[in-house]
Design a protein around this ligand. Structure first.
Ligand code: ZN
Length: 219
């Protein structure tokens, strides 16, 4: 279904893996993959020196923002990263989770804690604080869970679009550059849930697990 590579022109003398990408090639890559994924978006390079990428909406239109540092990386990694970002265009985070949900929870926490203060007075302010914190923790956990599901969904879309190899190349390289934090052993499962992104390990395992589960010959 997607046996061919991105099919963009290579740097003269380029050998494929290990190439660096020009801004023009990156723009073509985004256009090409977006077309293949049936998505309407384009590339914009940022002025940052990092090598991150993200999707932001400009006048309601998704734009793939990539830091120029990404251009220095092997093109396979960049392909995987761009495909992942396109996954965020294809599967946007729910509007509910982006603003109103969080705000609703925060306002509820604030109102409840103020109510406790008003009714019970200052000696009970710790109850008010506990309510505010409790609701914030629940809201935060819900948002983190939603965000982590979005990341895994974007990875799945990327694998469908370009195959598992570039996505895994990017995830493995990212895991080397920014290793997962070491969680205290007994807290591990909870520790890593309190983040917008699943651990690299979990993302890699999710892909290799699903690739291995497929019948041979299919991707
Ligand atoms: Zn992402």
């Amino acid at each position: 279904m997607h046996a061919s590579g991105p099919g963009r022109p290579r740097r003269p003398g380029g050998s494929g893996l290990g190439d660096v990408v020009t801004a023009e090639q990156l723009s073509e890559l985004v256009d090409d993959l977006a077309t293949r994924g049936g998505l309407l978006t384009h590339l914009q390079l940022t002025a940052r020196s990092n090598d991150n990428a993200k999707v932001r909406y400009r006048q309601g239109r998704p734009v793939v923002f990539v830091d120029p540092g990404a251009l220095r990386r092997p093109d396979e990694e960049v392909t995987g990263q761009v495909a992942h970002e396109l996954g965020h265009v294809a599967v946007p985070p729910s509007r509910l989770a982006r603003h109103p949900f969080l705000l609703l929870f925060m306002w509820t926490a604030l109102l409840l804690s103020l109510l406790v203060l008003a009714v019970a007075g200052v000696p009970y302010s710790f109850v008010a604080a506990a309510i505010a914190n409790g609701v914030s923790v629940v809201a935060g956990a819900a948002l983190f869970a939603h965000s982590q599901r979005s990341e895994l969904a974007a990875d799945r879309f990327a694998v469908e679009l370009v195959g598992a190899a570039p996505v895994l190349a990017w995830l493995h390289a990212s895991a080397q550059r920014h290793p997962d934090t070491k969680a205290p052993r007994f807290l591990g499962p909870y520790w890593h849930r309190a983040d917008t992104h699943p651990t690299w390990r979990r993302r890699i395992d999710a892909i290799t697990g699903s690739v291995e589960a497929r019948p041979p010959g299919s991707r």
